[in-house]
Design a protein around this ligand. Sequence first.
Ligand code: GP9
Ligand code: MN
Length: 436
Amino acid sequence: DGTDINKVLNYVKTHQVDANPQYYGKAAGKNVIIIHLESFQQFLIDYKYDGQEVTPFLNSLYHDKNTLSFSNFFHEVGQGKTSDAENMLETGTFGLPEGSVFTSLGADNTFQAAPAILQQTDQYTSAVFHGNVGSFWNRNHVYKNLGYDYFFDSSYFNASTSAKIGYGIKDKLLFAESIKYLEQLQQPFYTKFITVTNHMPFLLSDDDSDFIRPTTKDKAVNNYFATAHYLDQAVKEFFQYLDKSGLSKNTLVMIYGDHYGLSDKDNQSLAPLVGKDTSYWTAFDNTQMQRVPFMLHMDGLKGGIKKTYGGEIDVLPTLLHLLGINTSKYAFFGQDLLSSQHQQLVAFRNNNFVTNQYTVLGGSGAKGNVYDNQTGELLIDLTPEQTEILNEDQKKVDNALALSDSLNTKNLLRFYTPAGFTPVNPDNYSYLDQVN
Ligand code: GP9
Ligand code: MN
């Protein structure tokens, strides 16, 4: 009811931060291409296995002078995995403590999401390209509520058996076959490419990857590098197209990893490959592995590698501010990563958190396991100041997650329409026969 939505709006008001004037509006009116790197972790960036670079193209992009890169960016997904990442990026709210917003609520809830906001403020056309069936994660329903104009699912791509592996069409084919649709879109467009090949159990034939795999006893670890290498080549080929077509001149490309690919169990076999002794591998090390890439690339953008501690919840305000869109009236739970006031408090879905100094596991603030980010040491004797700060941080994390859950589970946005925003009517969208 009214008090619930007001609690959310009050929180949002006190929690949001000013945009960075150096970046605000720098990408105004540009096309947006989002590349969702399936299961891609930050440790792969600049990593070499046996002298082979795993992701040479993404590495070059990470260091490019026109790329804003983030070295302390974490995924924040729960059980909803890919769909949680999508939900945070499109709606600025967290996933649920259990299950997935997309699956359980997404077909019916009211959203004020990126595609609709961009359509209404700057007439953007929006589209998703994904080589799995449209019903996976309930996307065919949810995307209508987000305001996506087009959704090109597996029915729009090469259906031959050799074109697919695991969850759908192979990434190189997804990009190549999407071009004919992309070229029909009215500009400016807001588009998202959801890759699949780098997904557990990381299947790929040697014809598709020449990467010489490690030989640990964990097949997932060995294969992960080969599919990540393939994904890197797929992104490179797509960038070649963007350059050749001239699209790169008026397009902001945003790249992110949705969540881990290797589990805590896999990390036991991974440890020696990243220079660690398995017997000294801790819960802190597992948490370190939850970093994923976040990069913003555009001709003329002032790049650099930012050390700000942030996560997926922060993406939407960051992106919209770059596009010159004021976010203060929206119920977003993140903060612009480029703002000097960013709080650097990363909430995980299980109420654990990471700050720029500490990693706090157990969901109970100073009473939990507190690690020093610099040394990886478990801190046993916390000072009264540390105790107070960590308990405060825990409260902030718990409060943010609880308010986001209240917003989503009670469908509170149906009681609040920001000034100038028109609620999305899903009946206006259909993803059948999108091409003639
Ligand atoms: C499938 C893909 C995988 O369509 O997006 O989802 P995940 O298993 O990573 O949540
Ligand atoms: Mn995923």
